[in-house]
Each structure stands twice: as structure tokens, then as C-alpha cells.
Write a new protein. Sequence first.
Length: 165
Amino acid sequence: MTDTPDSLIPYDEIVQEALRTVVGRVLGQVEATGGNLPGNHHFYITFKTAAPGVDIPRHLSERFPDEMTIVIQNKFWDLFVTEDSFSVGLSFNQMPAKLIVPFSAITAFVDPAVDFGLQFQATVPDLAPEPHDDAENDIPEPGDEARVTSEDGSNVVSVDFGRKK
């Protein structure tokens, strides 16, 4: 078997960046409709809370020091999407909060209504995510579990080029 040489083109980074723009386009379409999600669509977005550019209230960063998952479904407001990030108002235990999340901080995006998901490599090298509770900012309908594996045949895209070390 031949050893594949290391690429001088950062394909994995380019693909990651392109797939993160998918998240931006989807959120931008929701923003353009005044925050109205079409049909049963809703989103689970997981992101690194300590990533550069993330701005969340202190009580949330203390509760979720590494990573958290938010739900964009029933109770959200002021969704605003830029080229590099999005901001949204959510309620956590009946306390309103504004979150600003750069697309580069996102590690997973799932729309369970259509079995679609994207997973991204963590932007912080050699940092395994710590277990955490769901953010509980929205209550999903019964049977609405986010699936982030493709073993069940769902439309999940996972990008991992197995970089040599």
C-alpha cells in the first residue's frame, strides 16, 4: 500500500468553512422570513462556548464551560445573521439572553424534522468536549431527538479527513 503524502492544500479546512456557510444560509433564510420556521423545521446548534467571538451571558458560560447546544424552534427572537456569525435571543429557565455565535465555533447543526445534520471538527485542537446538559431553552416535541450519526441512514454529513500526525 502506498502512503498518501500530506496535502499542501488545506482541503479539510476549506470543506469545513463551506459547510458552515450552509448553516449561515439556512439561518439567513429564517431571518428573512421574520423568524418564521417553515413547516416542522427546527434546529439544534452545538457550539464551543469558549471559542473566539462567542458572546453569551456569564451564567451560561459557567454552566457550559466547553460546549452547549441550543434549540431554535418555538421561543426565539431577534435572529440576526452576518457573514461570520449569528445572534439570537433565547430564554433559559425563563431568563432572556442574547447569544452571539461565530459560525467557526459551531461543532454540530441538526434539523431533526428532515433528518439533516452537519458535524464539524472542533476548532480548538486536542480538546475533547466535556459532557454537558442540554441548554433547555426550548422543549422539543416527543420523539424529536437530534440524530447526529448516519448509522440510521439519515442525511448527516461528517467531515474528518484523518489528518496525519
